[in-house]
Design a binder for this molecule. Sequence first.
Ligand SMILES: [Fe+2]
Length: 609
Amino acid sequence: MDRRRFLMASAKLLAVTAAARSVAACGDAGGNGAGGGGAGGDSPDAETSGPDAALDRDPTEVFTLGLASGDPRPDAVILWTRVDRARTPDAPATIPVRYEVATDADFTDTVASGEATVDAEGDDTLRLKIEGLSPYTVYFYRFSALGARSITGRTKTAPAPDQDVPVKLAFASCQDFNGRYYHAWAWLAAQGPEAVDFVLFLGDYIYETDADPRFQATTPDRAVVIPEGIDLDPASGAKAARTLGDYRSVYRTYRSDADLQAVHALFPFVNIWDDHEFADDAWQDHSTHFNEAQGDERDTARRQAANRAWFEYTPADPAYRAGASFPDDLRIYRSLRFGRHAELFLMDHRSYRADHLVPEGPENTAVGKFGPNSTLGSRNFVLKEGFDPLEAGARPSLLGEAQRTWLQEAVPASNATWKLLGNSTQMAQMLIDLSGFPAVPSMYRKSFYFSCDQWDGYRSERAAVLSALIAAGVTNLVSFAGDIHAFFAAELQLDFDAPAEPVAVEYTCAGISSSSVQEITQRTVDGSEVLSALGLGALVPQMDAILTQTNPGYRYIKAQANGLGLATIDAAEVRVRLVHVPDVTMKTAGEPTIVECVTRAGSNRVELV
Ligand SMILES: [Fe+2]
């Protein structure tokens, strides 16, 4: 046994005794499963025995994707990095990685350190759960491997449940990389390390497609590499990720962005997925890209590849179970507590949901589908008067039984001032009422659900969940949502068709960079002879006004927007700033516009400030 192997073995031995106290490896029970990395413990001779004593290499040659932290708890946080072996031809199959965690940026007060390993099994990604930390405390961390030391990351633990401190978070979703820039992240990083305690990311961290002509336009410097993939569109050559290698490649592309790396280095993230971490408008292990024109789109192996890549590249606490089949391979619904005033309940809208109720393919005039395989798919622009009775009969579930039971038990059990829901898709009803537009043909002069991929498609369960929470005495319920690529601030109803006193509020963020809902709608209408002939093209720029008139619960709407939200939460209020950034297809960012709202405790109202 040579010296290095001996020291590694010693470190692993130390880990056995130190693990319970300070450090635990994440992943499956073996510790070094997919993306796990093996963790060592406190290493007494850190200065001389690390994996590489010199550490004189440029860190950007080794830590090409930077570093990240996530799922902060009062006593623990997840740390993440990836070692890039591409520029180290003689790198060993198993690469030792030293980690250090300190209360100061100079690492004079180190609270945890040790050695872990990465290998090809986990795509050379490392995630460590550092335990035994103090609540509401800033920590600094760094890694070293292959002769390089990473930059220093900063993270912060959650306040203890009895700590009376404000909670500051950013909420964001939908960061399409293709031809688009992350001005919102650049803006957040520029606000400095005290800007927020953590970032809540509500899904579409990646898009599985490289140039979907419906909403993506790639540029040479913002292109995504999908090595194998599924051919989506022979005309454009667009592809969708299919294999584990594809999804890993997509994550590497997204995480290469300097602005995204900067926010990861400053703040812990709390992530859930939406559809595009697997496939557009996905349900369980089914994609819907071809409207089933090519047959059933179930692909369990693809779904498992997507889940495994999410686990490898996301600094989140849920454990990946390498031997288990979807959906038991990865359960991401969970809660996190942030001091006296906030508890966050994070949902998974994709893994357990029933199929969209309107079947793909056939004409279905009852729900406004006047031709087979509409370009809108079966889920968008669905006639309300036809859909509602169908839905009331079928009562499809968005959450699945186990998750719904968990939510309905966990939220009422919380004694936090504010109960925060992490919804990947929005709860607020989003109707488009065209009855007041004489230029629109009479059969379209009705109310349509904009998207039944949101909670609107599962409206019975939405009513049941909200009713159960309110009946259990839950107050101060605030939903944060993404997915729809627009800013909304809304008051939520038990029955949106018979508005009474609102029971909760919802703040929905526009995409960091993705095509706005108005852009996508305009492109869809303009690309369809049928829809254009109906005169809908001229209505799209009026989306904000139409939605405001149709949906009385919306207090603020911006359908043509990119950006993120900030929320400050204390005993008295939730104060939200919606940060609208200018054109994300331009490389240079302009100054953002900020809209401020407040929800006061006990009010269930959104006030524009
Ligand atoms: Fe999205």
